[in-house]
Design a protein around this ligand. Structure first.
Ligand code: ADP
Ligand code: PAZ
Length: 314
Protein backbone atom coordinates (compact mmCIF):
# COMPACT_ATOMS: atom_id res chain seq x y z
CA UNK A 1 0.00 0.00 0.00
CA UNK A 2 1.31 3.49 -0.81
CA UNK A 3 0.86 6.45 1.46
CA UNK A 4 2.35 9.89 2.06
CA UNK A 5 2.41 13.06 0.00
CA UNK A 6 4.03 11.45 -3.05
CA UNK A 7 1.53 8.59 -3.35
CA UNK A 8 0.12 8.23 -6.89
CA UNK A 9 -3.12 10.18 -7.27
CA UNK A 10 -5.98 7.72 -7.85
CA UNK A 11 -7.09 8.23 -11.42
CA UNK A 12 -10.42 7.08 -12.89
CA UNK A 13 -8.98 7.21 -16.44
CA UNK A 14 -6.73 5.06 -18.58
CA UNK A 15 -4.18 7.40 -20.19
CA UNK A 16 -2.81 6.39 -23.59
CA UNK A 17 -0.14 7.90 -25.82
CA UNK A 18 -0.87 8.14 -29.54
CA UNK A 19 1.40 5.12 -30.13
CA UNK A 20 -0.49 3.02 -27.59
CA UNK A 21 -3.86 4.16 -28.91
CA UNK A 22 -3.15 3.56 -32.61
CA UNK A 23 -2.33 -0.12 -31.90
CA UNK A 24 -5.94 -0.55 -30.73
CA UNK A 25 -7.22 -0.23 -34.29
CA UNK A 26 -6.36 -3.96 -34.68
CA UNK A 27 -7.73 -5.02 -38.05
CA UNK A 28 -10.45 -2.37 -38.44
CA UNK A 29 -10.52 -1.59 -42.19
CA UNK A 30 -10.22 1.96 -43.54
CA UNK A 31 -13.59 2.62 -45.20
CA UNK A 32 -12.72 6.13 -46.43
CA UNK A 33 -10.93 7.56 -49.47
CA UNK A 34 -8.78 10.74 -49.33
CA UNK A 35 -11.49 12.44 -51.46
CA UNK A 36 -14.21 11.56 -48.95
CA UNK A 37 -12.03 12.84 -46.10
CA UNK A 38 -11.48 16.12 -47.97
CA UNK A 39 -15.27 16.62 -48.12
CA UNK A 40 -15.61 16.11 -44.34
CA UNK A 41 -12.69 18.33 -43.31
CA UNK A 42 -13.49 21.68 -41.64
CA UNK A 43 -11.88 24.93 -42.83
CA UNK A 44 -8.16 25.03 -41.81
CA UNK A 45 -8.35 21.56 -40.23
CA UNK A 46 -5.27 19.73 -41.56
CA UNK A 47 -6.61 16.23 -40.81
CA UNK A 48 -5.15 13.54 -43.09
CA UNK A 49 -5.59 9.81 -43.70
CA UNK A 50 -2.83 8.96 -41.15
CA UNK A 51 -4.87 10.74 -38.45
CA UNK A 52 -7.97 8.78 -39.48
CA UNK A 53 -6.10 5.48 -39.37
CA UNK A 54 -4.23 6.10 -36.11
CA UNK A 55 -6.82 8.02 -34.09
CA UNK A 56 -10.30 7.60 -35.55
CA UNK A 57 -10.26 3.91 -36.51
CA UNK A 58 -9.44 2.79 -32.94
CA UNK A 59 -12.25 5.13 -31.80
CA UNK A 60 -14.66 3.75 -34.39
CA UNK A 61 -13.80 0.21 -33.22
CA UNK A 62 -14.30 1.15 -29.56
CA UNK A 63 -17.68 2.78 -30.30
CA UNK A 64 -18.79 -0.30 -32.24
CA UNK A 65 -17.87 -2.44 -29.20
CA UNK A 66 -19.82 -0.12 -26.87
CA UNK A 67 -22.81 -0.27 -29.24
CA UNK A 68 -22.75 -4.09 -29.26
CA UNK A 69 -22.29 -4.27 -25.50
CA UNK A 70 -25.30 -1.94 -25.09
CA UNK A 71 -27.34 -4.45 -27.15
CA UNK A 72 -26.27 -7.30 -24.85
CA UNK A 73 -27.20 -5.24 -21.79
CA UNK A 74 -30.64 -4.62 -23.35
CA UNK A 75 -31.04 -8.41 -23.84
CA UNK A 76 -30.25 -8.88 -20.15
CA UNK A 77 -32.82 -6.28 -19.15
CA UNK A 78 -35.39 -7.85 -21.54
CA UNK A 79 -34.80 -11.24 -19.88
CA UNK A 80 -35.16 -9.62 -16.46
CA UNK A 81 -38.45 -7.97 -17.43
CA UNK A 82 -39.67 -11.11 -19.16
CA UNK A 83 -40.42 -9.24 -22.41
CA UNK A 84 -38.62 -7.62 -25.31
CA UNK A 85 -37.22 -4.11 -24.69
CA UNK A 86 -37.07 -2.53 -28.17
CA UNK A 87 -33.74 -0.91 -29.14
CA UNK A 88 -33.45 2.87 -29.12
CA UNK A 89 -30.69 4.97 -30.70
CA UNK A 90 -27.23 4.85 -29.11
CA UNK A 91 -26.38 8.48 -28.35
CA UNK A 92 -22.86 9.94 -28.54
CA UNK A 93 -22.06 13.48 -27.30
CA UNK A 94 -19.13 15.46 -28.74
CA UNK A 95 -18.06 18.55 -26.76
CA UNK A 96 -15.19 21.06 -26.78
CA UNK A 97 -14.29 24.69 -27.46
CA UNK A 98 -15.19 26.84 -30.44
CA UNK A 99 -12.57 26.18 -33.18
CA UNK A 100 -11.20 22.97 -31.65
CA UNK A 101 -12.43 20.84 -34.57
CA UNK A 102 -15.57 19.18 -33.14
CA UNK A 103 -17.35 19.39 -36.50
CA UNK A 104 -14.63 17.46 -38.33
CA UNK A 105 -14.50 14.84 -35.56
CA UNK A 106 -18.30 14.46 -35.61
CA UNK A 107 -18.68 14.31 -39.40
CA UNK A 108 -15.86 11.80 -39.62
CA UNK A 109 -17.36 9.62 -36.90
CA UNK A 110 -20.75 9.77 -38.60
CA UNK A 111 -19.18 8.42 -41.82
CA UNK A 112 -16.95 5.80 -40.16
CA UNK A 113 -19.68 4.49 -37.84
CA UNK A 114 -22.23 4.23 -40.68
CA UNK A 115 -19.89 1.79 -42.45
CA UNK A 116 -20.27 -0.88 -39.76
CA UNK A 117 -23.00 -3.43 -40.63
CA UNK A 118 -24.37 -3.28 -37.06
CA UNK A 119 -25.28 0.43 -37.25
CA UNK A 120 -25.62 1.81 -40.79
CA UNK A 121 -28.01 4.65 -39.85
CA UNK A 122 -26.08 7.44 -38.11
CA UNK A 123 -27.46 10.96 -37.70
CA UNK A 124 -25.59 14.07 -36.60
CA UNK A 125 -27.13 17.11 -34.95
CA UNK A 126 -25.35 20.19 -33.62
CA UNK A 127 -26.56 22.07 -30.59
CA UNK A 128 -26.56 25.35 -32.53
CA UNK A 129 -29.99 24.15 -33.76
CA UNK A 130 -31.16 25.05 -30.25
CA UNK A 131 -29.62 28.54 -30.07
CA UNK A 132 -32.24 31.23 -29.53
CA UNK A 133 -32.72 33.32 -32.71
CA UNK A 134 -30.78 36.60 -32.84
CA UNK A 135 -34.04 38.51 -32.24
CA UNK A 136 -34.43 36.79 -28.84
CA UNK A 137 -30.71 37.04 -28.01
CA UNK A 138 -30.78 40.81 -28.75
CA UNK A 139 -33.87 41.31 -26.63
CA UNK A 140 -32.14 39.55 -23.72
CA UNK A 141 -28.81 41.37 -24.24
CA UNK A 142 -27.10 38.09 -25.13
CA UNK A 143 -25.69 38.79 -28.62
CA UNK A 144 -22.16 38.73 -27.17
CA UNK A 145 -22.95 35.52 -25.34
CA UNK A 146 -23.70 33.28 -28.34
CA UNK A 147 -22.49 29.80 -27.36
CA UNK A 148 -22.83 30.43 -23.60
CA UNK A 149 -25.29 28.11 -21.83
CA UNK A 150 -27.93 30.86 -21.53
CA UNK A 151 -27.96 31.40 -25.32
CA UNK A 152 -29.56 27.97 -25.88
CA UNK A 153 -33.11 26.73 -25.40
CA UNK A 154 -31.79 24.02 -23.10
CA UNK A 155 -35.19 22.50 -22.43
CA UNK A 156 -35.97 22.11 -26.15
CA UNK A 157 -32.65 20.29 -26.60
CA UNK A 158 -33.38 17.97 -23.67
CA UNK A 159 -36.93 17.31 -25.00
CA UNK A 160 -35.48 16.36 -28.39
CA UNK A 161 -32.82 13.96 -27.07
CA UNK A 162 -35.27 12.47 -24.58
CA UNK A 163 -37.76 11.81 -27.40
CA UNK A 164 -35.07 10.16 -29.54
CA UNK A 165 -34.00 7.99 -26.60
CA UNK A 166 -37.66 7.07 -26.06
CA UNK A 167 -37.74 5.67 -29.61
CA UNK A 168 -39.94 8.19 -31.47
CA UNK A 169 -40.13 7.55 -35.22
CA UNK A 170 -39.17 11.07 -36.23
CA UNK A 171 -38.50 14.47 -34.71
CA UNK A 172 -37.96 17.81 -36.46
CA UNK A 173 -35.55 20.38 -35.02
CA UNK A 174 -34.55 23.93 -36.09
CA UNK A 175 -31.56 24.63 -38.35
CA UNK A 176 -28.81 27.18 -37.61
CA UNK A 177 -26.87 28.86 -40.42
CA UNK A 178 -23.26 29.89 -39.75
CA UNK A 179 -23.46 31.92 -42.96
CA UNK A 180 -26.43 33.97 -41.77
CA UNK A 181 -25.31 33.71 -38.11
CA UNK A 182 -28.89 32.98 -37.09
CA UNK A 183 -31.53 30.28 -36.85
CA UNK A 184 -33.13 29.82 -40.29
CA UNK A 185 -36.87 30.60 -40.12
CA UNK A 186 -39.07 27.66 -41.16
CA UNK A 187 -36.14 25.30 -41.92
CA UNK A 188 -36.04 21.97 -40.11
CA UNK A 189 -33.81 18.90 -39.81
CA UNK A 190 -35.76 15.68 -39.32
CA UNK A 191 -34.14 12.88 -37.33
CA UNK A 192 -35.65 9.46 -38.14
CA UNK A 193 -34.89 6.77 -35.54
CA UNK A 194 -31.19 6.25 -36.35
CA UNK A 195 -29.08 3.40 -34.94
CA UNK A 196 -26.70 6.07 -33.61
CA UNK A 197 -27.26 9.77 -32.96
CA UNK A 198 -24.26 12.09 -32.54
CA UNK A 199 -25.01 15.31 -30.63
CA UNK A 200 -22.23 17.86 -31.08
CA UNK A 201 -21.87 21.19 -29.32
CA UNK A 202 -19.93 23.44 -26.99
CA UNK A 203 -21.96 22.79 -23.87
CA UNK A 204 -23.50 19.36 -24.39
CA UNK A 205 -21.65 17.90 -21.37
CA UNK A 206 -22.88 20.61 -19.02
CA UNK A 207 -24.43 19.45 -15.76
CA UNK A 208 -28.13 20.41 -15.59
CA UNK A 209 -29.55 22.69 -12.91
CA UNK A 210 -30.32 20.78 -9.71
CA UNK A 211 -33.47 18.71 -10.03
CA UNK A 212 -33.65 18.64 -13.84
CA UNK A 213 -32.29 16.44 -16.60
CA UNK A 214 -29.51 17.54 -18.95
CA UNK A 215 -28.82 16.37 -22.49
CA UNK A 216 -25.74 14.48 -21.22
CA UNK A 217 -28.01 12.29 -19.07
CA UNK A 218 -29.05 10.59 -22.33
CA UNK A 219 -25.53 9.97 -23.67
CA UNK A 220 -24.32 6.39 -23.96
CA UNK A 221 -20.80 7.64 -24.74
CA UNK A 222 -19.23 11.10 -24.79
CA UNK A 223 -16.11 12.60 -26.33
CA UNK A 224 -14.37 15.84 -25.33
CA UNK A 225 -12.09 17.33 -28.00
CA UNK A 226 -9.30 19.05 -26.07
CA UNK A 227 -6.25 21.25 -26.74
CA UNK A 228 -4.30 23.99 -24.93
CA UNK A 229 -6.23 27.26 -24.75
CA UNK A 230 -3.33 29.10 -26.46
CA UNK A 231 -3.39 26.68 -29.40
CA UNK A 232 -7.16 26.94 -29.86
CA UNK A 233 -6.89 30.73 -29.76
CA UNK A 234 -4.41 30.61 -32.66
CA UNK A 235 -6.64 28.19 -34.61
CA UNK A 236 -9.62 30.51 -34.08
CA UNK A 237 -7.64 33.52 -35.39
CA UNK A 238 -6.23 31.58 -38.38
CA UNK A 239 -9.73 30.31 -39.22
CA UNK A 240 -11.21 33.80 -39.05
CA UNK A 241 -8.65 34.98 -41.64
CA UNK A 242 -9.54 31.96 -43.81
CA UNK A 243 -13.28 32.69 -43.43
CA UNK A 244 -12.61 36.31 -44.43
CA UNK A 245 -11.04 35.11 -47.71
CA UNK A 246 -13.87 32.64 -48.41
CA UNK A 247 -17.28 32.58 -46.70
CA UNK A 248 -17.32 36.28 -45.73
CA UNK A 249 -17.04 37.33 -49.40
CA UNK A 250 -20.58 35.95 -49.88
CA UNK A 251 -23.00 38.91 -49.61
CA UNK A 252 -25.38 36.67 -47.61
CA UNK A 253 -22.75 36.25 -44.88
CA UNK A 254 -23.52 38.10 -41.64
CA UNK A 255 -19.80 38.99 -41.56
CA UNK A 256 -19.68 40.22 -45.19
CA UNK A 257 -19.32 43.81 -44.01
CA UNK A 258 -16.03 42.92 -42.29
CA UNK A 259 -14.49 41.19 -45.33
CA UNK A 260 -13.50 44.49 -46.99
CA UNK A 261 -14.05 47.11 -44.31
CA UNK A 262 -11.31 45.76 -42.05
CA UNK A 263 -7.65 45.57 -43.08
CA UNK A 264 -5.32 42.78 -41.89
CA UNK A 265 -4.45 44.47 -38.57
CA UNK A 266 -8.07 45.35 -37.83
CA UNK A 267 -9.14 41.78 -38.66
CA UNK A 268 -6.49 40.42 -36.27
CA UNK A 269 -7.69 42.81 -33.55
CA UNK A 270 -11.33 41.78 -34.18
CA UNK A 271 -10.45 38.06 -34.00
CA UNK A 272 -8.47 38.55 -30.81
CA UNK A 273 -11.27 40.52 -29.22
CA UNK A 274 -13.97 37.94 -30.09
CA UNK A 275 -11.69 35.19 -28.79
CA UNK A 276 -10.78 36.97 -25.55
CA UNK A 277 -14.17 38.47 -24.70
CA UNK A 278 -16.46 35.65 -25.84
CA UNK A 279 -15.00 32.27 -26.74
CA UNK A 280 -12.15 32.07 -24.21
CA UNK A 281 -14.41 33.11 -21.34
CA UNK A 282 -16.97 30.49 -22.39
CA UNK A 283 -14.23 27.86 -22.71
CA UNK A 284 -12.69 28.52 -19.31
CA UNK A 285 -15.89 29.12 -17.34
CA UNK A 286 -18.34 26.69 -18.94
CA UNK A 287 -16.77 24.19 -21.34
CA UNK A 288 -13.45 23.08 -19.79
CA UNK A 289 -15.11 22.26 -16.45
CA UNK A 290 -17.17 19.60 -18.28
CA UNK A 291 -14.12 17.75 -19.63
CA UNK A 292 -13.92 15.30 -16.74
CA UNK A 293 -17.49 14.17 -17.44
CA UNK A 294 -16.53 12.73 -20.86
CA UNK A 295 -16.07 9.00 -21.46
CA UNK A 296 -13.12 9.81 -23.74
CA UNK A 297 -10.84 12.85 -24.14
CA UNK A 298 -8.91 13.41 -27.39
CA UNK A 299 -6.04 15.81 -26.70
CA UNK A 300 -4.62 17.64 -29.73
CA UNK A 301 -1.20 19.22 -30.02
CA UNK A 302 -0.47 22.57 -31.67
CA UNK A 303 -0.38 20.90 -35.12
CA UNK A 304 -3.99 19.64 -34.54
CA UNK A 305 -2.83 15.99 -34.31
CA UNK A 306 -4.23 13.96 -31.39
CA UNK A 307 -1.28 12.97 -29.18
CA UNK A 308 -2.98 11.69 -26.03
CA UNK A 309 -6.21 9.84 -25.32
CA UNK A 310 -7.90 9.46 -21.95
CA UNK A 311 -10.57 6.79 -21.46
CA UNK A 312 -12.73 6.65 -18.37
CA UNK A 313 -12.51 3.36 -16.51
CA UNK A 314 -15.77 1.40 -16.61
N1 ADP B 1 -18.61 32.85 -39.01
C1 ADP B 1 -18.65 31.68 -39.62
N2 ADP B 1 -19.09 31.57 -40.90
C2 ADP B 1 -19.18 30.37 -41.50
N3 ADP B 1 -18.80 29.20 -40.93
C3 ADP B 1 -18.34 29.24 -39.67
C4 ADP B 1 -18.25 30.47 -38.94
N4 ADP B 1 -17.77 30.19 -37.69
C5 ADP B 1 -17.60 28.86 -37.67
N5 ADP B 1 -17.93 28.29 -38.83
C6 ADP B 1 -17.92 26.84 -39.17
O1 ADP B 1 -18.84 26.23 -38.28
C7 ADP B 1 -18.39 24.96 -37.83
C8 ADP B 1 -18.42 24.88 -36.32
O2 ADP B 1 -17.45 25.73 -35.79
P1 ADP B 1 -17.16 25.77 -34.21
O3 ADP B 1 -18.44 25.97 -33.47
O4 ADP B 1 -16.06 26.76 -33.97
O5 ADP B 1 -16.68 24.32 -33.86
P2 ADP B 1 -15.43 23.41 -34.27
O6 ADP B 1 -14.31 24.23 -34.85
O7 ADP B 1 -15.04 22.75 -32.99
O8 ADP B 1 -15.97 22.44 -35.27
C9 ADP B 1 -17.00 24.80 -38.44
O9 ADP B 1 -17.12 23.93 -39.56
C10 ADP B 1 -16.59 26.20 -38.85
O10 ADP B 1 -15.71 26.19 -39.96
C1 PAZ C 1 -22.65 28.65 -33.29
C2 PAZ C 1 -21.68 28.45 -32.14
C3 PAZ C 1 -22.27 29.09 -30.86
C4 PAZ C 1 -21.43 26.94 -31.90
O1 PAZ C 1 -22.62 26.24 -31.63
P1 PAZ C 1 -22.72 24.67 -31.17
O2 PAZ C 1 -23.25 23.89 -32.34
O3 PAZ C 1 -21.35 24.20 -30.77
O4 PAZ C 1 -23.68 24.67 -30.04
C5 PAZ C 1 -20.30 29.10 -32.44
O5 PAZ C 1 -19.74 28.51 -33.57
C6 PAZ C 1 -20.37 30.62 -32.63
O6 PAZ C 1 -20.74 31.11 -33.66
N1 PAZ C 1 -20.01 31.39 -31.59
C7 PAZ C 1 -20.15 32.81 -31.57
C8 PAZ C 1 -18.86 33.52 -31.36
C9 PAZ C 1 -17.97 33.47 -32.58
O7 PAZ C 1 -18.33 34.03 -33.62
O8 PAZ C 1 -16.92 32.84 -32.51
Amino acid sequence: MTSGWDAPVPNPYVELSRDEWRGLRENTPLPLTPGELEALRGLKDPIDIAEVEEVYLPLSRLLNLFFQSDGRLRDTVSAFLGGEVPPTPFIIGVAGSVAVGKSTTSRLLRTLLARWPEHPAVELVTSDSFLYPNSVLSERGLMDRKGFPESYDRQALVRFVSAIKSGVDEYAIPVYSHLEYDVVPDATQTVRRPDILIVEGLNVLQAPPAGSLGVADFFDFSIYVDARVEDIRQWFIDRLFALRRTVFTDPRSYFHKYAHALDEDETAAFAQRVWRDVNEINLVSNILPTRSRATLVLHKDRDHAVQRVRLRRI
